[in-house]
Design a binder for this molecule. Structure first.
Ligand code: MG
Length: 367
């Protein structure tokens, strides 16, 4: 029938990369968003300065257009404000069927970001799926769509959580092959943690205090000691609200001081110049690839160092973050390695360096 033929024609045209696309119900195949909750199992108990856990809840998303599926993910560690229920509530509010051209990334994500404030992990789960879908429809990896050189990926750190010396030594042995280790500090055994790691390896270290230090003089003492121990930078040494103390420390520190908990979105970057030497950007904090890319450009323009990190999450979200890694000085992209039930195959780490998959989109396949 004529109507059916017309529908088929416009349906095929809707997701073609060379179509200008139309917003509305009048043509093309509407974007179809699906999502499901999933529980990540951690290989080790994960202990930070403030908490311990053995699982991480996530929500896995799929964005489909003309039979092509883009994959996304929201990772929801307990210290963030979001959870599986809030992500489901947010995603249920979206009507992406009003869009039939996934290449209108700015329009689509402006709509998604405008639905409600916050909900950045939920927004990231759409952003990642959208970039994956657009890449698959063009046959290009996201890094190529952004003009980034895959030969310029950084080395990535492997995280050693706070634990007993015996477990720490075991974790360091498991991390053989990594060229930088990230050691979690901020409890009462910081020097013991470093000495234990150093008893196993001479590789460069970075440390993440997760706001655990409370006194700036003690913090400066520790930073000076850490510099002698082959530490390259210190992440979030004190409470994110202690800006004067952090600026004081950054001014005197022999090591770069990187903000993590203090920086979430694009709006946070400019006020933190002078407070930190650099920032740790994560897709789950800022709302995905588009937002993270803008933050990187802005921070670099301000003369700040840029690091990219991740949550405990599947290879989907970690590989999405890795697409931006040619732009950063440091990467901490090991979240997929900390779980035992990854749902995707994606980035590789070879000789400690991020290797981007030669696949279109985010570069993951379902395992
Ligand atoms: Mg951190």
């Amino acid at each position: 029938m004529a109507a059916g033929s017309l529908l088929l024609t416009t349906s095929n045209a809707g997701c073609s990369p060379d179509q200008s696309g139309m917003k509305g119900k009048s043509g093309g195949t509407p974007l179809n968003l699906r999502f499901r909750p999933f529980e990540l199992q951690l290989k080790h108990v994960f202990t930070l300065a403030g908490s311990s856990r053995t699982t991480t809840p996530v929500v896995l998303t799929e964005l489909e257009c003309d039979g092509v599926i883009g994959y996304g993910e929201a990772s929801l560690p307990p210290y963030l404000a979001e959870n599986q229920e809030s992500v489901a509530a947010f995603l249920s509010q979206l009507d992406l069927s009003q869009f039939n051209d996934p290449f209108l990334t700015e329009d689509i994500l402006d709509y998604v970001f405008g639905i409600a404030p916050g909900n950045y992990a939920a927004k990231a789960s759409v952003d990642i799926a959208l970039h994956d879908l657009a890449g698959k429809l063009t046959g290009l990896p996201v890094y190529r769509m952004l003009g980034l050189n895959p030969a310029k990926t950084p080395v990535t750190s492997f995280t050693i959580g706070i634990d007993t010396p015996e477990v720490v030594r075991q974790k360091v042995r498991e991390a053989a092959g990594y060229r930088i280790l990230k050691v979690k500090l901020g409890r009462d055994n910081d020097r013991e943690m470093i000495e234990t790691v150093r008893s196993e390896t001479d590789v460069p270290l970075c440390v993440d205090v997760n706001q655990g230090w409370t006194d700036r003089l003690m913090a400066l003492d520790m930073v000076n000691w850490l510099a002698e121990k082959g530490v390259e930078f210190v992440e979030q040494p004190m409470d994110k609200n202690a800006k004067d103390d952090l600026a004081w420390l950054t001014e005197r520190s022999p090591l770069p001081i990187i903000g993590d908990e203090a920086v979430q979105t694009l709006e946070d970057v400019v006020p933190l110049k002078g407070v930190y030497s650099g920032i740790n950007i994560k897709l789950m904090k800022c709302g995905g690839i588009r937002a993270a890319h803008k933050m990187m450009v802005l921070a670099k323009a301000l003369g700040m160092e840029v690091m990219i990190g991740c949550m405990t999450e599947t290879s989907c979200a970690v590989t999405a973050a890795a697409q931006l890694s040619p732009l950063v000085r440091w990467a901490d992209l090991d979240g997929n390695l900390l779980i035992s039930n990854d749902q995707f195959d994606g980035l590789m780490v070879e000789e400690g360096r991020v290797v981007l998959p030669d696949r279109p989109g985010v570069g993951v396949v379902v395992q």
